[in-house]
Structure formats: C-alpha cells, structure tokens
Design a protein around this ligand. Structure first.
Ligand code: ADP
Ligand code: MG
Length: 295
C-alpha cells in the first residue's frame, strides 16, 4: 500500500478492507455514474488454466507445449502462467528461451531452441504476415463461442497450434454488479480479450452487451475512459494494474484490486484490499455515507 493510504469510515472501512488515498476521494464517489470494470483479474479470477491444445497438421503437441511454455514462463500475464504451468505439468522441465519480449496486449515472442516463436493473439501473428490454417481458425472460433480465450502459437513463420485457456468468473461478481447498479451506476466491461469471450463473461455477470468494450489495446484503455468522460459521464474504474494502470489514473475514481499489482495501488484512489468486487460497491456506498455525516 502507499504511504498516503488511510482507512475510510474508520472501523467499518478497516473491516471491509478498503484503503483510501485522501479525504478528497470521498467527494468523487458521489459524482460517479459509470463504472468500468477490467475483465481479467477484476471480474474474473485471472487464474487461467490450459484446457486444450489444437495442433496444425504435422505439428507435434509436445513441441507446442515445450516452445510455447518456455516463452510464457518468462511472462507474468495470467494467460502466460496458465500456458507455462499447463505445459510443465504435461511435459516436465521447459527449456530456457534464448531471447524474450513481451508485447503488451498481444502476447510474447522470442527464441527457443533456435526457433523464432510467437504466442498470443491472431493479431500478433498477422503482424508477421502469418495466418491460421482453416482447421486452427475453426478451433479458435469454437473456443471463443464457448467463452474461452484462444491463443495462437507460431514458429519459424508458420502457425502451429491454438491453445484454449479459460478463466472463471469470480463467484462474487454477479452480486457485485447488482450492488453497483443499486447505487445508480452503469457497469461496463473493458478488455483486450476477444469480443465473443467478453460478451460471454458479461452475460454471466449481468452486464448488457452494449456495455462491453472488447479488443482494446492496453495503451487505448485510457482513451476509452477519456471518451466516456467526453460523453459527460463521471467514470469510476476498477482494475488490477495489469495493462490498465493508466486508465485507473485517468478515471474520476480509480479503484485498485489489492490482489493486483503495485502499479494499480499507485494509480488508484481507493484500494480494495481483498480483491472482492462487491467491496467496490461497499466502498462507494460507505464513502458517500461518510461524506453525508462529516459535512
Ligand atoms: P484484459 O484486458 O482482459 O486484462 P490484456 O489486455 O492483458 O487482457 O490482454 C489482451 C489479450 O492479449 C489476451 O486476451 C490475450 O489474447 C493476449 N495476450 C496478452 N498477453 C499474452 C501472453 N503473455 N500470452 C498469450 N496471449 C496474451
Ligand atoms: Mg487486466
């Protein structure tokens, strides 16, 4: 937590696990009418698992797991952790990449066992003029229709596999969204993930499809918040700091998941210590109430 963080509403805020940056934050909680929720790690647990591997003709599944797993082992992204641990569980020790780069919102690239490997969105492969063969394209579409995230794997200029990863909605998220609505806020879902996946998650937690903003690059999340502000909305945003710290800072009220990164806690006005989205609603209600009694 930051040195400036202090408890709101004294005993009650402490019990709920809410940290607030300063008293000026309270005023903002009264104005916000829209709440933007980052998907991964906020509405969902962010703990993904590798569910399936679809290989292209002539590609060996173990090669996919070894090369993709090795690269993802170097990334902190929840998807990367799912791929790396899923691969290690199936094939054992992973090789060490000879080169590695993280491309925010797209995936990872690097050199493993002398191969130039890409793991990430189809868009990452497209940047290298690599397209998915029909079979993998179909596997990707089916995975996404089922609400799973499809990750493409390519090496040496050819698409080799599609990995299916899935992330569970937090048990508390549907109730949290109800509470936010009860406070008069419009919830919106923001994600870099695919539209089909985002809409499946939205349906599960009770967010309207027209309030889903998907396929947004990390650096563009801040622009989404700015656009909503230009439309006259007063925007609260909840995130875990993975690719959304700038948007949290731009929001009129930034709420950081305490289970997220230090960047989130730095950027946020409020920190939800336990990472429970229901507490976002409680924090806003309590802040409004505190303001009512102190002025
Ligand atoms: P969110 O907005 O849901 O928090 P991100 O902006 O972090 O998601 O990532 C957007 C998308 O980019 C992911 O759904 C995934 O398809 C892809 N991606 C990002 N990082 C990785 C990675 N390390 N490995 C594979 N895919 C990745
Ligand atoms: Mg995120």
């Amino acid at each position: 937590a930051t040195p400036t963080a202090l408890m709101v509403g004294t005993g009650r805020g402490a019990q709920l696990g809410i940290l607030i940056k300063g008293p000026e934050v309270l005023e903002t909680t009264r104005k916000v009418d829209t709440i933007v929720l980052d998907k991964t790690g906020t509405v969902t647990t962010g703990k993904m698992t590798l569910l399936a591997v679809h290989t292209a003709d002539g590609t060996d599944e173990d090669d996919v797991l070894r090369l993709a797993g090795a690269l993802e082992h170097s990334s902190e992204h929840p998807i990367a952790q799912a791929v790396a641990s899923g691969a290690a569980a199936r094939i054992g020790t992973l090789p060490t990449p000879e080169g590695f780069a993280n491309i925010a919102g797209l995936g990872v690239q690097g050199i493993v066992e002398g191969h130039a490997v890409l793991v990430g969105r189809e868009k990452l492969l497209a940047e290298w003029a690599i397209s998915l063969p029909v079979g993998l394209e179909r596997a990707k579409a089916e995975a996404e229709a089922a609400g799973r995230t499809a990750i493409a794997v390519a090496w040496d200029g050819e698409a080799r596999a599609v990995l299916e990863v899935a992330d569970a909605v937090k048990e508390t998220s549907p109730e949290a969204i109800k509470r936010l609505r009860a406070l008069g806020l419009t919830p919106m879902l923001l994600t870099g993930d695919n539209k089909a996946v985002a809409e499946a998650v939205a349906a599960e937690v009770g967010i309207a499809p027209e309030h889903v903003i998907a396929e947004v690059m990390p650096q563009d999340k801040v622009d989404v918040v700015k656009r909503l502000q230009k439309e006259g909305r007063s925007v609260a945003m909840v995130g875990d700091g993975v690719n959304d710290a700038a948007a949290l800072a731009q929001a009129d009220l930034g709420l950081a998941m305490g289970t997220g990164t230090d960047a989130a806690i730095e950027a946020g006005d409020l920190t939800l210590v336990r990472g429970d989205l229901r507490v976002a609603a409680d924090a806003i209600r309590l802040s409004r109430k505190t303001l009512g009694t102190i002025r």
